[in-house]
Ligand binder design. Sequence first.
Ligand SMILES: [Zn+2]
Length: 222
Amino acid sequence: MLSGGLDSAVNLAIAADKTDVVLALTFDYGQRSASREINSSKELASHYKTAHKTIDLPWFNDSDSALSDTSKTIPKLDIKDLDDTVKTSASAASVWVPNRNGVFVNISASFAEMKGAGLVVGGFNAEEGLTFPDNTRAFTEAATGMFRYSTLNAVTLTGYTIDMAKTEIAKKAVELAVPLGLIWSCYEGGDLMCGACEPCSRLKRAFQETYPELVPSLRIAI
Ligand SMILES: [Zn+2]
């Protein structure tokens, strides 16, 4: 599952190293950043010589998530507020899309079974797992438990960064020479990543704390 953000890019890099990746999937669920995510994902997939497919899920537009409902505003989250669980929970609630990751992992498991692949890999991480329950090891284990019944080849859902905070993921990205200029982590769909939404602030903080000299390589507003 490839959204084009830092986490999924690092997971693709690790998967490309450890496994034979048969397909990268990007989901268009009407999110503001869809075209940016699709472009980034296509470029990353091409970089890692991986087949890529975009899955359209237009019915998600029935959701009133700020990610797709343009009458709403994407919450800004300052770097200093990233560990304030009241503020991060409010941000998470406004961008929540009902059962989105549940749908993504099931579609991915279908493709895995069709292609004889045993593994679905997602960009799960410990930092966002604190506010998004569908980013946790409990979620991947529960989905894997379901796939024992819903797929004939007992697909496993995993993520190589599931226990990592963003700083560790940033270090991994540099270690693996992930092309940082291709990444799109922002909730918005502008020319540059906005630099102010939650994933932008997390991305900026992670690089400022590890490789500040690489921040200009990211397509992000400072
Ligand atoms: Zn942003």
